[in-house]
Design a protein around this ligand. Structure first.
Ligand code: NDP
Length: 255
């Protein structure tokens, strides 16, 4: 099997306080990648940095709210000062707040759109020059966006979440037309049910882990965050000219 070493690369991982982002940061650091961990809960990020450093890795904790442009800019400045140019960006930060559209939850809609779509765009804006310059210098450069099967599979209550993920999936596909010619790879990953903290913010008991979602976990089972991280490691370690552009990964029992 062909494998391009990840050692010496520099990554930014958003959503690194938990779930897929944290697992990805751990895996990349274990393979010699210097990793900037971005999320809002700085205590979580610092704990993960300590764990990575105890294993001989290199990581920094950068408290960033992706819904806040100034916070992203300040975070990017810190990343550049402490780690230099970035050649791998993983957009894993996201929120999933399902409710019937009839409820008119503008607060949730705004938060999901601003985190899952505009937040990813703020990160892309902050690090595009790094990716393009890295690729121009002959390095491998990757943008990995974590979308969802919700981008194309309808679930009741998930209209707005699904719309944000459909937007991210389309953004990824379209960005390849701008980045690909400059040798920057773009990968869009659409996971199915994965066991993380994502469901913890659902405030509708019928839709949360005591309701619809819990029933899905019971019947389908789930992927682990480490399994998604493993996939991201695979994507990033392909030869430079090989771009896995779209990956749908689900528990075997999920249709
Ligand atoms: P988690 O809730 O464990 O992780 C989400 C992360 O996003 C947290 O670390 C959180 O940290 C961070 N985050 C949320 N809001 C912001 C913000 N405003 N600024 C910065 N960081 C933020 O869930 P997952 O690991 O499952 O989620 C990762 C991605 O995977 C998400 O985009 C999700 O939509 C997607 N996904 C998840 C699936 C699943 O079944 N779990 C299935 C398909 C896709 P903090 O709160 O500290 O900011």
């Amino acid at each position: 099997m062909s494998f391009t070493s990840l050692t010496g690369r520099t990554a930014v991982v958003t959503g690194a306080a938990s779930g897929m982002g944290a697992a990805t940061a751990r895996l990349l650091a274990a393979h010699g990648v210097r990793v900037a961990l971005l999320a809002r809960r700085e205590d979580r990020l610092k704990d993960l940095v300590a764990a990575i450093e105890a294993d001989g890795g290199r990581a920094i904790a950068v408290a960033v709210d992706v819904t806040d442009a100034a916070s992203v800019e300040a975070g990017a400045a810190r990343v550049h000062t402490e780690l230099g140019r970035v050649d791998l960006v993983v957009n894993a930060a996201g929120v999933m707040l399902p409710n019937p559209v009839d409820d008119g939850r503008m607060d949730e809609w705004t938060r999901m759109i601003d985190t899952n779509v505009t937040g990813a765009l703020r990160i892309i804006r902050a690090f595009t020059a790094d990716l393009v310059e890295s690729a121009a210098g002959g390095a491998t450069a990757d943008l990995v966006n974590i979308s969802s099967i919700g981008a194309h599979v309808p679930f009741p209550g998930y209209a707005v979440y699904g719309a944000t993920k459909a937007a991210l999936t389309h953004l990824s596909a379209t960005l390849r037309t701008e980045f690909g010619p400059r040798d920057v790879r773009v990968t869009n990953i659409e996971p199915g049910l994965t066991d993380t903290e994502l469901a913890d913010h659902i405030d509708n008991p019928e839709l949360g882990t005591d309701g619809q979602l819990g029933a899905m976990f019971d019947t389908i089972g789930s992927l682990s965050a480490d399994e998604i991280a493993d996939l991201i490691g695979y994507v990033a370690s392909r030869p430079r000219h090989v771009n896995l552009r779209q990956i749908i990964v689900m528990p075997t029992r999920q249709a």
